[in-house]
Design a protein around this ligand. Structure first.
Ligand code: HEM
Length: 475
């Protein structure tokens, strides 16, 4: 009975259980029971490397994601494979290579679009509080990120389709709710509860039918092109997925796009909302960020330079927010038994994970880890040039970028599976935050209000937490 209670405790107290285990573990693998299975957390670089080296047929990200998202019920019947690239699809090529290479071309339009959408969407999430207008920053970011992603991933036409956008903006919440219900009910009840809960929501159905119609038309275009006819070019993710997997039918392409869509919207909305909260709390950083925007943002928009690796200050302060409030972590489902070099065993169905929040708050890696210093990851010489002499904050031994992937920076996951969307995500964060800082003064009407909630191991911004966005008067 006590064992079962401990397992269920993970649902509402996940982060503190993971942290307690980490504090006691002395760097060794440790176990945290959950209602469905046993999680083994590894934090030592050697064990993280072993996790990365394990073949996909033994430790599978796809199988873990399938369990977390329950795509059969949340993505209109999608039954995805446990093995990465099982059907010859190169997600890495679409998201990491083609999308990243496309960014310099589309950046100026994305900046303009974000500026306009911010103004249009703000009233939907704003109420009049005691001191004036207050906006639910997480709700606003979910919609803004959905519009930005739709524009870049699916093209302008879909971004302007109101019915599609309404569905696509709520798809993330729907997926999380339905998947969580299914994960928590007994296995025998899953088909009935799964079909029933899924029938109560329709965003996946609207997304599915809209994308299907587009893809079927593009398949016709492909055939026409083979016959030598001239057909339009489509520089977007829909086309890249189709071209990368030419044997797939329309429905299979739709499913893949819906999975990419969830990953792209969920993490970006959470991260941008947390970063805005932090910029309000630590507003002493804002003048430096605005100075950077004034001197470099124009070049960034026209060339893509600074999208991730080159940015001096802003990627570092975005990085501090992500260090303090990371979104997801590495998870692998054991499809076959596995053993770490210290003898810790995973049975089939167990998960191997990394405790990203605990690692990010470990003083071994991050001096004074709880302190927010927007310059933590920057080169001290560059900081001094921007700010003049200052009392040194908790600077890292080496400057580094938001897109880093390493055993001590698990924000994007691990090694060969690390998030292929991180360059696009980093650029989108820069555009959204750059536009907000340039055009609004952001303050917290109720700084003491609860700003986050946790579910399992994940931190979410609270929708009830408000920010006041006051338009800046620039002469
Ligand atoms: C702040 C934003 C984001 C964060 C924090 C994030 C984080 C992650 C993490 C932790 C993983 C798992 C890696 C592992 O287990 O080793 C992952 C995988 C993935 N992410 Fe992201 N991600 C973000 C944005 C995006 C965006 C914008 C896209 C698409 C445009 C994307 C596409 C993917 C895909 C396709 C995978 C699966 C990779 C594979 O199967 O090998 N992500 N992401």
């Amino acid at each position: 009975m006590l064992k079962r209670f401990r397992a269920w405790q993970y649902v509402w107290a996940g982060p503190s259980l993971i942290q307690k285990g980490f504090d006691k573990s002395n760097g060794e693998p440790y176990e945290v029971p959950t209602p469905e299975t046993r999680y083994v957390f590894v934090s030592d670089p050697k064990h993280i490397q072993e996790l990365d080296d394990a073949p996909d047929a033994v430790l599978s990200l796809q199988a873990a994601a399938r369990h977390m998202l329950q795509p059969k019920y949340t993505m209109h019947g999608f039954s995805w494979f446990d093995l990465r690239g099982a059907e010859g699809f190169g997600i890495e090529r679409v998201v990491r290579t083609l999308l990243t290479n496309f960014l310099p071309e589309i950046l100026p339009d994305v900046g303009r679009m974000v500026r306009v959408k911010m103004e249009q969407l703000m009233p939907n999430h704003t109420v009049v509080g005691k001191g004036g207008p207050e906006t639910s920053v997480f709700a606003l970011m979910k919609e803004l990120v959905a519009h930005t992603n739709a524009y870049v991933l699916f093209g302008k036409e879909l971004g302007d389709n109101e019915e599609f956008m309404k569905a696509a903006s709520t798809f993330m919440d729907q997926t999380l709710v339905v998947a969580e219900i299914i994960r928590l009910v007994p296995r025998w009840a899953v088909p009935v509860i799964g079909n029933w809960t899924s029938s109560k929501f329709d965003s996946d159905k609207v997304m599915h039918s809209t994308l299907l119609a587009i893809i079927e038309k593009r398949l016709e275009e492909r055939n026409a092109r083979k016959l030598g006819q001239k057909v339009p070019k489509h520089p977007d993710c829909i086309q890249w997925v189709m071209d990368t997997s030419p044997t797939w039918g329309a429905e299979r392409v739709v499913w893949e796009l819906m999975a990419i869509w969830f990953g792209a919207c969920y993490s970006l909305s959470v991260t941008s909302a947390f970063t805005i909260q932090d910029l309000c709390r630590y507003s002493e950083h804002v003048p430096y960020l605005r100075a950077e925007i004034e001197s470099q943002y124009g070049e960034f928009e026209t060339t893509g330079k600074g999208a991730a690796p080159c940015s001096k200050a802003s990627s570092r302060s975005r990085r501090v927010s992500t260090q303090l409030s990371p979104v997801v972590s590495t998870r692998r489902h054991a499809v076959k038994p596995f053993e770490f070099s210290d003898g810790t065993k995973l049975g089939v169905g167990d998960w191997a994970c990394t405790p990203v929040h605990a690692i990010n708050h470990d003083p071994t890696y991050y001096p004074d880890p709880m302190k927010f210093d927007g310059f933590r990851f920057a080169d001290p010489a560059v900081v001094e040039k921007a700010t003049g002499p200052r009392n040194a904050g908790p600077t890292q031994p080496e400057p580094s970028d938001l897109t880093e992937v390493s055993s001590k920076w698990q924000f994007w996951g691990t090694g060969r599976m690390a998030c292929p969307g991180r360059f696009y995500a980093s650029m989108t964060l820069k555009v959204i935050l750059g536009q907000i800082l340039a055009n609004y003064d952001c303050t917290l009407p109720a700084p003491e209000a609860k700003s986050l909630l946790t579910w399992r191991s994940t931190f979410f911004p609270r929708e009830s937490f408000k920010v006041t966005f006051s338009p800046r008067i620039t002469i």
